[in-house]
Design a protein around this ligand. Sequence first.
Ligand SMILES: Cc1cc2nc3c(=O)[nH]c(=O)nc-3n(C[C@H](O)[C@H](O)[C@H](O)COP(=O)(O)OP(=O)(O)OC[C@H]3O[C@@H](n4cnc5c(N)ncnc54)[C@H](O)[C@@H]3O)c2cc1C
Length: 400
Amino acid sequence: MSKVVIVGGGAAGLVAAIYASKCSNEVIILERNSKCGKKILVTGNGRCNYWNEEINTAHYHGDIELMNSIISLNNQEKVLELFDSLGIKKKIKNGYYYPMSNQASSIRNALVNEAILKGVSIRNDVLVEYINYLDNHFVLNTNIGVINCDKVIIATGSKALPKSGSDGMGYNFLKKFGHDVIKPLPALVQLIGKGKFFKQWSGVRSYGTVSLYENDQFIRKEAGEIQLTDYGVSGVCTFQLSGLIARGLYEQKKEQIAIDFLSWLDVSFDEYMSVNEGFTISQILEGSLNYKIVNMVLDMCNITNESKWSDLTINERRKLADTFTNFKVDIIDTKGFDKCQVCSGGIPLKDIDVNTMESKYQKGLYVVGELLNIDGECGGYNLAFAFLTGMIAGSSVLDD
Ligand SMILES: Cc1cc2nc3c(=O)[nH]c(=O)nc-3n(C[C@H](O)[C@H](O)[C@H](O)COP(=O)(O)OP(=O)(O)OC[C@H]3O[C@@H](n4cnc5c(N)ncnc54)[C@H](O)[C@@H]3O)c2cc1C
């Protein structure tokens, strides 16, 4: 019988514990918080978007070429079966899975209760400070003393939202065993822009597209809701680009976004405006755009509120069209680890056996969840990755 310690009782750690306890292992979770799964409770705005019906590499960044076996259909089925067996009834919206209760606590409680039922010993308020390997076993220094065990699953999360308990300690545990760490950076995070116009658009939610340019080269375009704030931009659409932007800024690249507030137009801007030539420009656009955006763009183009399309010169028309459809914002920073949902970077998958999640540097040491160099888009992909890797590691500690 092996004694297995799981460091961190988050999404990955809880699932790892449930699977590890399926044999006669002694399984212990050490969690620094007074309860497990604190971060799960804030996911999906408190509703927990725990899965997506389209789990594939197109929705992830990092070592995606090495993650295929982790997200295999067989593994996906196993995790979904677990949730079914726990009594989680799913509600699927645009492919995003939520618990029918609309409460993240349903997921957290189901995992904690199952772990307890399976005989896992959950020790809360235990901070692991250091992990060593001596005389064929692991030695964990904690705030309550030394704990020895045969196998360790490190599930400490990244540096995202440190107040939830994940402050990046896991990276240091793994460095000690020879692992490289790709610089963790915020992802799925709000973007801070440079400019004087943010007060004017603050509070507006708009639909459109956002294109990312890195050193003036087009990189990627996202469509959806854009939240305009007094520091820059937020919302799912910009979140999807934020990891790339954070890494670009870290590498000292110029990061710029271009917003098309009118991407939904099915005719050219010229045609759209010309149809209602008798109205002022504000009157035409306020039917479809927030007045704050209309006023701001008119200000920037030095066009008065009373102006009609027919009053404008060709150059004024071009400038107006360009500002509404290609609104450039230089991004100078992100809101950082305190606000981000995940981190990009982490432990490279090349140093992990992806069939077991065991370290290639240290036998008996397993690495799961967001600690790894994989980050997903919004849509349930990050929790799915945490559950999948937790399931693989938990199943693997049974094998030898
Ligand atoms: C606001 C927000 C909303 C999100 N929404 C979604 C969503 O809807 N869908 C989705 O898929 N993803 C979402 N995510 C991302 C998702 O929550 C994470 O990717 C996922 O929780 C990672 O799981 P993990 O187990 O690897 O790490 P975590 O959940 O961070 O768990 C790590 C655990 O380890 C503990 N720990 C850390 N260090 C130590 C130590 N030294 N000793 C003991 N314990 C330690 C921590 O206290 C923590 O409980 C969201 C994240 C945030 C912040």
